[in-house]
Design a protein around this ligand. Sequence first.
Ligand SMILES: [Zn+2]
Length: 182
Amino acid sequence: METREAAPGDLELVRRFVNTRNVERGTDGLAGPAELVAWLEEHSLVARASAGPADVVAARQLREAIRALLLENNGVSTRKEAALTLNRTARAAGLALAFDPDGGARLEPAARGVAGALGRLLAIVAAAMADGTWTRLKACRADDCRWAFYDRARNRSRHWCSMAVCGNRTKARAYRDRHAAA
Ligand SMILES: [Zn+2]
């Protein structure tokens, strides 16, 4: 399951970041500053950093803003505040274009620490938007799930992280609702 839903390349980091919060179980891998730094270090987004409560708030806000974009990718319209959060994060990171001697270009954060690490995640999002992989990264339509998965279906038709779990549960509920109405 984990490998089947994994995103290609660095985009997998973004997927894992969104999934640090497990909506169904009510757990949060970014519970506090120590957990946040540990996660960022473990995923090589920062070498050594210190974090405070404000960093945790910023990271969680970014996470939910990205989740909102992933719901949009799955045909679910969300409130439009996500862009504000993304722009605020980009500004705090000091994201700027950096050109390689061999001709490539990418976004790089000027900020260090947590702000820079969150900027790296945004740079991955922007690169995925440019290379076309972005629209396949989705958040599950089930409102008690919202798990991020990469849609590898040829026609990009996946709506749920798992048809067996979320898909069937949602269909069963719709069936009950129809019959309750009738
Ligand atoms: Zn799901």
